[in-house]
Design a protein around this ligand. Structure first.
Ligand code: SAM
Length: 212
């Protein structure tokens, strides 16, 4: 999607994707990532997710990326901390202790800037992007993280019933995007979510991608 689309989503507060609670899928499945205290988790397209506060509270470091600066300001307000803000070439970096959030287009983020990534938590990020961008996005994530392990939360539904985002991403596409770099495993059976958008039912699918 165009940047303008997402800026408008935030301006209109059309943020049904934002969860008021920490996402249970994260807390119940993070063990698959094999992290230890102090490891650094990348949260791409992070919005102002409460999952970041939870990750920090568990003793992990967090690096994240988000296009819409007001969302990042709210994220830090909700964390109750005052970040240092640094203007980089095309991005801004919001930093406090164990968290760095890069503000701007994730495709402008470089490996030098992001630093160490031990794992990736992608909730509603891959599926926020149209098919034409998903290949580049997956390649970017692998470049930035040296194909780190990943907990990936996506939706599957009949794409003909609704235009995304969120877009429907199935097992074939996960295999095509990450099958070479990771061994891919879909956890349990996907959970049905009734009327998850515009009257369309969807299934939430949780994937664990383990570095090869
Ligand atoms: C569906 S939301 C998901 C947010 C978050 N992962 C969550 O679970 O609440 C997608 C987010 O990606 C951001 N976004 C979209 N395109 C982006 C890009 N090219 N670079 C950085 N962020 C982007 C949007 O502003 C939006 O906050």
């Amino acid at each position: 999607m165009e940047a303008a689309f997402w800026h408008q989503v935030w301006k209109d507060r059309n943020i049904g994707f934002h969860q008021q609670q920490v996402y249970a899928v994260l807390t119940e499945n993070i063990h698959y990532l094999g992290l230890k205290q102090g490891d650094r988790v990348f949260v791409p397209l992070c919005g102002k997710t409460k999952d970041i506060a939870w990750l920090l509270g568990q003793g992990y470091r967090v690096v994240a990326a988000e296009l819409h600066e007001a969302a990042v300001i709210e994220l830090f307000e909700e964390l109750g901390v005052e970040p240092e803000i640094e203007q980089l070439a095309k991005l801004k970096r919001y930093h406090f202790e164990h968290i760095d959030v890069y503000v701007g287009d994730i495709f402008d983020l470089t490996k030098d800037q992001i630093g160490v990534v031990d794992a990736i938590y992608d909730r509603a990020a891959l599926i926020a992007l149209p098919e034409s961008m998903r290949r580049d996005y997956a390649t970017l994530l692998n470049q930035l993280s040296d194909a780190a392990p990943q907990l990936l939360v996506i939706y599957e539904y009949d794409q003909s019933l609704m235009a995304g985002p969120p877009f429907s991403v199935g097992a074939d596409e996960i295999g095509a995007l990450y099958g070479q770099s990771h061994s891919t495993k879909k956890l349990a059976s996907p959970k049905l979510i009734k009327d998850f958008k515009d009257g369309v039912d969807g299934h939430e699918a949780i994937w664990v991608l383990t570095s090869r």
